[in-house]
Design a protein around this ligand. Sequence first.
Ligand SMILES: [Zn+2]
Length: 367
Amino acid sequence: MKNFFISGILIILLLTIPGCLKKKNYKDESQRLIGVKVYQIDRELNNLFEEWVSLGINTVFASPSVFSDEFKSLAQEHDIQTFVILPVFYDPATLDADPDLYAITDKGEKAIEDWVEFVCPSREDYRLLKTEYILKLIRELDPDGISLDFIRFFCFWEKVYPDRNPDSIPNTCFCPYCLERFQSEKQVSIPDSVRDSGSVSGWIQTNHIEDWTAWKCSIITSMVEDIVTEAKKLKPTIKVNLHVVPWRKDDFNNAIKRIVAQDFPLLSKYADIISPMTYAHMVKQEPAWIHSVVSDIHEQAECLIIPSIQVNEAYLLESLSLEDFEQSVTEALKPPSSGVFFWSWEQLESRPEKKEVLKRVLISFRE
Ligand SMILES: [Zn+2]
């Protein structure tokens, strides 16, 4: 009886421990990831890698065109891990060739705002082709990881400021394919009278917003699941990073799920890192907001959370000062963050004094 009792306690302990370990953080300083996003390189590579090491950079996110043989062997030599940046539903060339693929807003218009234009995320043909393309790049470039960008529904979040009315952010995708798929997968039937009156998007948002949001999230999560499953068959050690919209769960009336359909508890099952694009200056927030976004996502997710921060101003004319940058780096590194990524290396190159700030803050965090 006593043995039975002890075994019972052991089983309970074993069942509890994985739950306790669910929240992930870097384990020691050597695991903190300091990364840069690079889109184009115009300088001698050996010298560049030396500089990255001197700055404490141990991770590079690069466009496919940056992945030369020399780039890869130098990365290995300098112990820098490489992720290839892969936009998923942002694909202007494909939209140009096949405009039927455009996502459709609640106003019945193509999902286009400024340079941002989105493919409808539910089209199976497109999803299969994109997955094949990603597998081809993994075969050819052999990166340590994949970094999925634009893995969401349409939104020009870069210009969504704190005072924005949540109802004014366009909801998508109300194309015929999505409407059919939503109805069949959620057992919802749009009445003919609603179809005839042309108010389908309003009817869905008024009567079935929870089903609609859950369905949208399932479309994005299943795309991540498909890509990651296939990528791991090809390269079992491959790491997965997701670029996500920097919204906390209650921001803009649940817009992180309702609008862009990024469901962090579900997505984190397939990712090693979730990286919110906490470009504070761009979205008119203070540096301390970076830490609050990281903490909010960390509460919801099982994987590492590492914010990406901007180096220079973007979209807005007011410059991003050295002090502002230093505060942002400091906020980005506060636990539960497991590091910081910089958008972008090109921006750091243009402001060398910000490299000095980076060095100084990293040293202070190591002490
Ligand atoms: Zn659609």
